[in-house]
Design a protein around this ligand. Structure first.
Ligand code: FES
Ligand code: FES
Length: 153
């Protein structure tokens, strides 16, 4: 298959990478660009573990062709915490919000987007914001409580 060179601004750095027409963004980020926080869970848009910011909005990177991201800005968990853990991340730690941690990168980005758009969400708004991010370990309560607490600080 013919490869195409695409350019991304990834976590603040300009990166160029060759991709095939059917490469999905999650695979290019993990396998070609060395960004490991987005995870492959379901690989079909259901679980949210592959969440990244694309031009300021969260997307499921398993559903985005890499070639569609040419010229775009991508921010992953590595990008939002490059100056140290955010207030939200500290709150997740304080609440022991994760067990295996597989869902954590996507959950943190979904919650980050929520608080950017709505700094003081109601509990129902938090539940709605993370509804597309599945967690198999925690029952969600420590995640929701951490987000609520981060809003108070
Ligand atoms: S791996 Fe993308 S939504 Fe599950
Ligand atoms: S902590 Fe294991 S899936 Fe969420």
């Amino acid at each position: 298959m013919t490869k195409t060179s695409i350019q991304l601004k990834l976590n603040g750095m300009q990166r160029r990478v060759d991709v095939e027409p059917n490469d999905v963004l999650i695979d290019v980020l993990r396998d070609k660009l060395g960004v490991k926080s987005p995870k492959v869970g379901c690989d079909r848009g259901d679980c949210g573990t592959c969440t990244v910011f694309l031009n300021g909005r969260t997307v499921r990177s398993c559903l985005v062709l890499a070639i569609e991201a040419d010229g775009c800005e991508i921010v992953t968990l590595e990008g939002i915490s490059k100056d140290g853990p955010t207030k939200l991340q500290k709150s997740f730690v304080d609440h022991s919000s994760f067990q295996c941690g597989f869902c954590a990168p996507g959950m943190v980005l979904a919650a980050t987007e929520l608080l950017q758009n709505n700094p003081h969400p109601q509990r129902e708004e938090i539940q709605e914001a993370i509804a597309g991010n599945l967690c198999r370990c925690t029952g969600y309560s420590p995640i929701i409580e951490a987000i609520e607490d981060a809003c108070k600080k």
